[in-house]
Design a protein around this ligand. Sequence first.
Ligand SMILES: *Cc1c(COP(=O)(O)O)cnc(C)c1O
Length: 413
Amino acid sequence: MEQSFPHSRDTQAVHAGRQDLRDLGVHAAPLDMSTTYPVGDLNEAAEQLDAFASGQLPAGTPIYSRLHNPTVGRFEDAMAQLESGDQGVAFASGMAALTAVFLALAPTHKHVVGVRPLYGGTDHLLSSGLLGCTVSWVEPHQVADAIQSDTGLIVLETPQNPTATLVDIHAVARQAGDIPILVDNTFATPVLQQPLLLGATLVVHSATKFIGGHGDAMGGVVVTSESWAARLRGVRIATGAVLHPFAAYQLHRGLATLPIRVRHMQSSAAELASRLDEHLAVAAVHHPSLLSTDRQDLVGEGRQMSGPGSMLSFELRGGFAAARTVLSELKIMTHAVSLGSTDTLAQHPASLTHRVVDEAGRESGGVNSSLVRISVGLESVEDLWADLSHALDMALLATENHAAPATINRATA
Ligand SMILES: *Cc1c(COP(=O)(O)O)cnc(C)c1O
């Protein structure tokens, strides 16, 4: 990486992975759609193939697009810079990225300590034992007690999906000893938090979310040390969950606007969180801008995050019925799973994203049936509040209408 002076993250977001464009005489990054590449000298190609298979990145022809793709490589370099890590390794989706990490664990170290809640898909992947892993689910302060002789990885998210609650990465790192920590940084993005600087070994993103930022490209990426990256590339070549070059092009393009999107969205999210906190239909609000969520001052003092992010959740006094009413009444916000897009997305985690988690796991992670999750987008915050407060009013009305006959029944019974 040729960088003669330190760049701010905003500048990196625009220029990372594009340093050679001027010399190439182009303005947009080239999109290389080749699946195969002409072989020159056969012996050289054979040696390159060996190097790729062992997870190295040899110079010269990529040989075949499952081994390496230059457009994907640009995106990986950009992510490595933004996350302050050695190397990035990109995958077809966030789940493919997580799968590669779990597959890369040594056969003798397949035990994983997981801090709940995690994204429903991650929770399911670990709980199912599909990849030969066993898992102990814990709260952040119980990590040390859960470590066994065969523990190979500690997995956490912060802010956590879907509750937006925070985990102190430093505090987990102090308990971890030399066991690697994986932090899923999808919610915070490298704009607000760089887990590798706080004691994590691996950072994972569902790039499908904020990184791409427009809801039209799926991908995942791991940023980590050179040696871990080599293992992950080895797994990727063997299993084939490569990122498509066109998606890599879109995700890389998304990075340029990531900082301004994140800052705009999080200021709207903080405003909505404080208004939600006052609404009669709402029992509790979770957003790192609120003291009730940021109990350890991880955002307030900037110890871990430089801002609260744009993911929030709230619980309705009227339970599941009220949550369903709110979601069905929304007109500007899109009732859909996923997050980090330009438009605001709202969903019911217990029914959708976290449906695959067993009920006990959902309850212990705070994913109850009254919880609604919102990914705040780029719309006007006043329009968003008008939409949301109308939906909340409707939920309140429905609860009252429902409650009234019950009161009468009780009086007459
Ligand atoms: C969406 C998501 C994933 C899974 O990523 P995909 O790109 O959908 O495979 C993993 N972690 C978190 C926190 C997510 O929100």
